[in-house]
Design a protein around this ligand. Structure first.
Ligand code: MRU
Length: 351
């Protein structure tokens, strides 16, 4: 399996996603500031991967922080958490991971400083293992939804590279292929950062899953020609009513799918579900550098000084979504009920 990120004694190791598909190189971040920068500059990206990277960054920074007393360590720990929280605003997994690390710190706060540090490292490593298990569970729940054969379209990269391994949307595709379905993936290239053509195509080809890259503006034509039997994407944040923030362009694909009568599925772990946010209206959307739009591979492709926009995500209203596949099962409309029920069922099992 692709090692998207990994805890090592020297720091947090990432496959450098900015260099794929032409170079498979790895970087080790030896400080929490370097981990924060790796999240900001997209060395690591994808909502679940960002969450676990932040947790590992917090564990790393706290391990190396000064503080013989818990109060001093807590001050440093909180500063590290704040640094992580400022990296990217949309994927709720980041804030979920920070909160989980905060809870762990407080639970351990009566213990000696060295033990707190070890427990934080163990917590980040647990999140890593749980994320892979969640992806595999999504695969098991979601595989039956995909057609027995034919084209499945995906947008951006919701694969092993966006998680700790296996993937959310691509995990469901992998499970369906393993179950014998004869699928062919259409990967939207995903302008402007090209996660679809660079990353999704790369990791599916590694697994031998037939893949065709299309530019984003071809999706409608492929659907019209009957080449797409289902759409499946990931999510950066799902609001309580089922509205989904995901990579810019997802909304367009959802409307096209509706127009053509094609099911539109979202696969995401509960760490991407934000029941505190009532609807997509309240989800903060990251605005990235305009240069990503006006330049391509360092070359200017728009007139100097022209206006540009670069929202990294859009929101797909819940009415376009056929089902949300989670590690706890499949949610269907009305999502405000089904998501809450799945959340409560998991609480009840834990209690
Ligand atoms: O800007 P990115 O590459 O971090 O955006 C990633 C996406 O939009 C993914 O679809 C989403 O995080 C789901 S990943 C399992």
């Amino acid at each position: 399996m692709i090692k998207t990120l990994e805890w090592t004694p020297d720091g947090v190791r990432f496959i450098d996603q900015r260099k794929l598909p032409t170079e498979e190189t790895y970087v080790t971040c030896s400080t929490h500031e370097e981990v924060a920068e790796a999240i900001r500059n997209m060395t690591v990206r994808g909502a679940p991967a960002i969450g676990v990277a932040a947790a590992m960054g917090i564990a790393l920074g706290t391990r190396d922080a000064e503080g013989d007393h818990v109060s001093e360590l807590r001050r440093n720990f909180e500063e590290i958490c704040d640094t992580m929280a400022e990296t990217r605003p949309t994927a709720v997994n980041l804030f979920w991971a920070i909160e989980r690390m905060r809870r762990r710190f407080e639970e351990a706060s009566e213990l000696p400083v060295e033990q707190i540090k070890q427990l934080l490292i163990a917590e980040a490593q647990r999140m890593y293992v749980e994320d892979i298990a969640a992806c595999e569970a999504m695969g098991a729940h979601g595989a039956a939804l995909l057609p027995a054969s034919g084209g499945v379209l995906t947008h951006c990269n919701a694969g092993a590279l966006a998680t700790c391994g296996y993937g959310t949307a691509l995990g469901v595709i992998r499970a369906a292929v393993d179950a014998g379905k004869k699928l062919h993936v259409f990967a939207d290239e995903t302008r402007p950062f090209l996660q679809g053509s660079r990353l999704t195509a790369w990791e599916l080809m590694k697994d031998g899953i037939p893949t065709t890259v299309i530019s984003d503006n071809m999706a409608g034509a492929m659907m019209r020609q009957g080449k797409v039997g289902a759409v499946i994407v990931g999510a950066d944040r799902i609001a309580a009513n089922g509205d989904v923030a995901n990579k810019i362009g997802t909304y367009t694909v959802a409307i096209l799918a509706k127009e053509h009568g094609i099911p539109f599925y979202v696969a995401a772990p509960f760490s991407s579900i934000d029941l505190e946010t009532p609807s997509g209206e309240q989800i903060p959307i990251e605005q990235r550098s305009l240069r990503e739009v006006t330049h391509f591979a360092g070359k200017q492709i728009a007139p100097a000084g022209v206006g540009a926009e670069n929202p990294a995500f859009d929101v797909t209203p819940h009415r376009y979504i056929s089902a949300i596949i989670t590690e706890r099962g499949i949610a269907r409309a009305p999502y405000s009920d089904s998501l809450r029920e799945l959340a409560q069922a998991a609480e009840a099992i834990r209690a």
